[in-house]
Design a protein around this ligand. Structure first.
Ligand SMILES: NC(=O)c1ccc[n+]([C@@H]2O[C@H](COP(=O)([O-])OP(=O)(O)OC[C@H]3O[C@@H](n4cnc5c(N)ncnc54)[C@H](O)[C@@H]3O)[C@@H](O)[C@H]2O)c1
Length: 438
């Protein structure tokens, strides 16, 4: 037995702050309320359903994850949100059309009680949106201070001593890291100077970190993926994680591509296209926001297939990703992948994938797990980038100089070994040589 990490208990209510009260956020909140009332099951959530093997296979110990490590219970979550639109969570969920009206009507009371606080918003960073529920201030720095006041006010009103923030707002336009993002002082000066390189998501992240609250980035925005906020998170002892929830097509890609590489099958091309008709799709129809998403989606294959190490197999493949806004589909995204692979002696083969998914149904349990795991990380004294949560992201954040791990099953092993480490259990190497033979 190893020494367990000291973890503060998950005592009292946990504030879950959601910038963006749209499809994903309302599906998360309504889902938690439905599960709490026994109306539905939390499929898709490791924290609620998954078990974890401990010790040797012959030990037959596989408790649920939530019994191995102390996680906040669903009854203890208190949801607070910001949005550009004033709709409460019930109205917004009805608008999003992800969940059936019959289920939403049973949850009308708790959902109607969640009213979004005015957003820190800028149309320069999300072009396809324009709503009235926005904060006004002279500078971005002042906006961020107002967000801090919101956080403190909400925590006090709800008797919370801990909180987490999960970005569920729209994808912002593409932003490159620059000198203003290099260190906390430069970032704060740029906030005071209203520098265009400071996106609203950075203000939320800055406010959360300053308040000692873990920040999770569910979108592909730059946000906390800059040295300034990473340094600040380490300095303040706060976990951060990102970016871009790994849900539909990229989830499939990070399962299929490792299979090709594991078997040394070559790749000539991978064409991915999607249609979706929700508000996220509308925002992604803007080329600036799409560019942010595209960069996030494209990086996956390069990292998994390592073309430099395997130039014959992966040196020249073509990778294309399209997202088309097509209103009739709403949140029910349909994705197609046409994959041209190459086998023994260079003979070509094809794989076709048609994934008819539901975007927010896949994303909500991911957001829930991230909220619970980053709260656990904070109580365990973990700070800065939480690479063990890469499992949940399309573009996992990593420490400087490391390449991200994209293979879903390596990510899962990493996540589970981190939990074993926290609980003082042996890490599992799958070596298996010390079992008695025969
Ligand atoms: N659903 C998925 O499978 C999935 C996967 C990966 C990433 N994401 C990302 O999650 C995010 C949310 O997706 P969604 O489908 O819920 O989108 P959505 O459009 O339904 O909701 C986003 C909400 O954010 C609000 N918003 C925009 N800017 C804001 C700001 N500065 N402050 C507060 N609110 C703001 C919008 O008004 C909108 O209500 C998107 O960025 C999306 O790209 C979703």
């Amino acid at each position: 037995m190893r020494k367990p990490v000291s973890i503060a208990p998950a005592q009292g209510p946990l504030a879950v702050f959601l910038p963006g009260l749209g499809a994903v956020a309302t599906t998360l909140v309504a889902g938690v309320e439905a599960v709490r009332r026994g109306l539905a099951k939390p499929f898709g959530s490791l924290t609620q359903l998954a078990t974890i093997r401990l010790g040797r296979r012959t030990d037959r110990r596989s408790p649920p994850i939530r019994e191995l490590v102390p996680l906040a219970g669903l009854d203890d979550l208190r949801f607070g949100a910001w949005d550009v639109f004033p709709d409460d969570a019930y109205q917004s969920a009805v608008h999003a059309k992800v969940l059936d009206r019959a289920l939403l009507d049973q949850l009308k009371e708790p959902l109607s009680a969640i009213r979004p606080m005015p957003a820190a918003f800028s149309p320069d960073h999300v072009r396809r949106l324009d709503g009235p529920n926005v904060k006004k201030a002279r500078t971005k720095r002042e906006l961020a201070e107002l967000l801090r006041e919101d956080i403190r006010g909400f925590m006090k009103a709800n008797g919370c001593t801990r909180g987490v923030m999960v970005w569920c707002a729209s994808t912002e336009t593409y932003l490159r890291p620059s000198t203003v993002h290099a260190e906390p002082g430069a970032l704060e000066r740029a906030m005071a100077d209203n520098d265009p390189a400071i996106a609203p998501s950075m203000l939320y992240a800055w406010a959360a970190i300053q308040e000692g609250i873990p920040f999770v980035n569910g979108a592909p925005n730059l946000t906390v993926d800059v040295p300034a906020l990473q340094q600040l998170a380490v300095r303040r002892g706060v976990p951060i994680a990102g970016k871009d929830f790994k849900t539909g097509q990229t989830l499939m890609k990070t399962v299929l591509a490792p299979m090709l590489k594991a078997r040394m099958l070559g790749l000539e091309g991978w064409f991915s296209t999607n249609i979706l008709g929700n508000r996220d799709g509308e925002v992604l129809d803007d080329p600036g926001s799409f560019k942010t998403k595209e960069v996030s989606k494209l990086s996956v294959l390069e990292h998994i297939l390592q073309p430099r190490m395997y130039p014959d197999l992966y040196g020249h493949f073509e990778h294309k990703v399209n997202i088309s806004y097509y209103k009739p589909r709403g949140d029910n995204k349909e994705g197609w992948d046409a994959i041209d692979i190459v086998g023994w002696l260079g003979y070509p083969m094809q794989i076709k994938v048609n994934f008819q998914c539901r975007d927010s149904i896949l994303a909500a349990p991911v957001a829930l797990d991230l909220a619970l795991f980053t709260d656990l990380a904070a109580r365990a004294g973990m700070k800065g980038i939480q690479e063990w949560l890469s499992f949940y992201f399309k573009s996992p954040m990593v420490a400087e100089g490391l390449y991200p791990e994209h293979d879903l099953f390596i990510q899962l092993t990493k996540l589970k070994n981190t939990l074993r480490h926290l609980a003082g259990e042996e890490l599992i190497t799958h070596l298996g040589l010390d079992y008695p033979a025969g």
